[in-house]
Design a protein around this ligand. Structure first.
Ligand code: SF4
Length: 262
């Protein structure tokens, strides 16, 4: 009888311990999820990201619960993903700008092209003919003059193939929120300094990107200073304005990009 009693006591203690640990994990997850939502609310208000590394950890580890609670505060999933991309951009900017232009790879989505784009699909992506119907030609010319490799990707398979083939040291990508969210996660997992620009108008065709942000990231380099801003660079600012206006007003034009001073 005494043996039965002590066995019962032992089992009850183990059960209580497991329940205690389980409860602690649930409470910790709840507290961390709420912290993630508070950080998102602060970001929504001021674009401030407090403790970026920890925020990224919480939003990655507890993505589901944080998004569910955030929804109660009218913060949608897309906003949360954009926040994560912004955090990755900030965390990797310094490392990205230290990489030489020649070692960078830039991926543009095919949906940015004009619907009447005459470019053929080749083994290394869509080959832009710089026809002037969309801004890609000028963006590509500019980045290639700096030495970067530019690809117009019809899908993620090409991106992975080019990464494997050319092994860049840094990557800059443009895409819809989901694409840049997944893309930055993948590049970060490869240990590659990554930067991303989300599409301003997404969809499957005739999409738009903020040309100023994109050109600024293409040119950003540690030799230009930590706070390089396109607004302080009249030449690049003027080029970005021409591209942006061409896209905004659908004015086809063929502009030769002047030789770039590195
Ligand atoms: S400039 Fe635009 S529309 Fe013209 S070939 Fe290049 S990607 Fe296609």
């Amino acid at each position: 009888m005494a043996i039965l009693d002590s066995g019962y006591l032992l089992l009850s203690s183990i059960g209580l311990m497991i329940a205690g640990v389980g409860g602690l994990i649930i409470v910790s997850a709840g507290v961390l999820s709420l912290t993630g939502v508070v950080l998102a609310l602060i970001y929504r208000r001021s674009k401030t990201i407090l403790i970026p590394n920890i925020t990224l950890f919480i939003l990655g580890f507890l993505e589901g619960p944080v998004k569910q609670i955030a929804w109660l505060f009218k913060i949608d999933e897309v906003f949360m993903d954009q926040m994560v991309v912004d955090i990755r951009n900030r965390l990797y900017l310094n490392a990205f700008t230290k990489i030489a232009y020649e070692d960078r790879m830039i991926f543009l989505p095919q949906c940015l092209r004009d619907p009447k784009c005459p470019a053929p699909l080749e083994p290394e992506g869509i080959k832009c003919l710089s026809c002037g119907r969309c801004g890609i030609g000028m963006i590509k010319d500019y980045a290639e003059q700096l030495g970067s490799k530019v690809y117009i990707a019809p899908g993620s398979t090409l991106i992975k193939r080019m990464l494997k083939k050319y092994r860049p040291k840094a990557v800059l990508g443009v895409g819809c929120t989901l694409e840049v969210y997944e893309g930055t996660r993948l590049m970060a997992s490869f240990g590659l300094p990554v930067q991303a620009v989300g599409l301003e108008r997404d969809g499957c065709i005739d999409t738009r990107v903020d040309v100023y942000s994109l050109m600024e990231k293409i040119k950003a380099h540690s030799s230009l200073g930590k706070n390089y801003c396109i607004r302080d660079d009249p030449g690049l600012f003027a080029l970005a304005t021409r591209i942006q206006e061409m896209w905004d007003y659908s004015r086809p034009q063929k502009v030769r990009v002047k030789p770039v001073k590195k």
